[in-house]
Write a protein that binds this ligand. Structure first.
Ligand SMILES: O=C(O)CCC(=O)C(=O)O
Ligand SMILES: [Fe+2]
Length: 329
């Protein structure tokens, strides 16, 4: 077993900080309706979208619209708390839990993302939840939403397991919400409105180019709050980025580095970033929510063909988090 790993993903990321070009690409929408009866067809669609393009969107995912809207309303209420209150729930890096602001520095750009975020990782929240008085009903609503995300992610991962020749529940067993080792994370994100003095300042990103550390990311956005751009991993050399039209009802998915390793590189992780609005665009704030399906700390990541040495999900994640935040955090 290796301890840590060689961080080649970070080296790769450091080459992706430039502006690049823009290009149109097809982003497929895959309908999960009637999942159990349509599993074979859906599996084919997910596999080709994931391997040919990398990013895809889900409709028919079963999370009701009211619950998506409610999660965003609660996220906005959290970020609207006074700084002094949010500061009582600071990000604990080792646990991927808590609130941070302007502290995530992507290796690609070397300056902080223009955002704040609040991360929920179930086993580590004891002292990190806002109180009932501060935000009534927040904890139960967010935990319920997190569980709905888990269940969508596990459906998608079960299809990938089938195609990789692994037991169908291989990934589900490694993302066990009942385990103390669980480390999947729900992340509420708030990108700041662009102040007058920061407009047109080059080199500012809402989120610098990166791949995610996890197995699978579910990303929720809001109509009209654009900025997400993607660049399929296998085409990273060209640095041609495609803007994703935000949608309040679809889930945008991407593969993360953990699943790339676990699939012996068959499922590529994908670069993405959130650009700052241009001069003539909406300069207001932007919200998004991401669910990162990250295997439990004690899960051992190694693909069926053993292309990479085994590494625990705990070691894998710890190295990436260390490479991503200012030392003071
Ligand atoms: O906010 C977004 O649209 C993307 C967020 C993201 O890529 C991340 O937090 O890893
Ligand atoms: Fe991301």
């Amino acid at each position: 077993m290796t301890t840590g790993y060689d961080l080649s993903e970070v080296d790769r990321e450091k080459r992706m900080g430039g502006l690049g070009a823009e290009t149109a690409r097809e982003i497929r929408v895959i309908d999960l309706t009637d999942f159990e009866n349509r599993r074979a067809e859906i599996t084919e669609q997910l596999w080709t979208a994931a391997t040919e393009i990398g990013f895809f969107q889900l409709s028919g995912h079963g999370i009701p619209q009211w619950q998506l809207d409610d999660a965003f309303a609660r996220a906005a209420a959290f970020f609207a708390l006074p700084e002094s209150v949010k500061a009582r729930y600071p990000l604990v890096k080792a646990d991927n839990a808590g609130w941070e602001s302007l502290s995530q520095v992507r290796p690609s750009i070397g300056v902080p993302d223009q955002k704040e975020s609040y991360q929920i990782t179930r086993p580590h929240m004891a002292s990190l939840w806002p109180s009932e008085a501060e935000l009534p009903g927040f904890v139960s609503a967010i935990l319920d939403f997190e569980h709905r995300c888990w269940s969508v992610a596990m459906r998608v991962l079960s299809c990938f397991a089938d195609r990789l020749g692994l037991p169908r529940d291989h990934f589900t067993a490694a993302h066990d919400p009942e385990s103390e080792q669980y480390q999947s994370t729900l992340r509420l994100l708030h990108y700041f409105a662009v102040s007058e003095e920061l407009r047109d300042v080059p080199g500012r990103w809402r989120a610098g180019a990166h791949t995610d550390f996890d197995c699978l990311t579910l990303l929720f956005q809001r109509d009209g709050q654009g900025g997400l751009q993607v660049c399929p991993g296998k085409e990273m050399g060209e640095q041609a980025w495609t803007s994703i039209t935000p949608s309040s009802s679809l889930i945008t998915c991407n593969i993360g580095d953990m699943l790339t390793r676990w699939s012996d590189d068959l499922l590529p992780s994908n670069f993405h970033r959130v650009r700052s609005p241009g001069r003539d665009e909406y300069q207001g704030e932007r919200y998004s929510i991401a669910y990162f399906a990250q295997a439990d700390r004690d899960a051992v990541i190694q693909g069926p063909r053993g292309v990479y040495p085994p590494v625990t999900a705990a070691d894998f994640l710890a190295e990436r988090v260390r490479a991503n935040y200012r030392p003071r955090m």
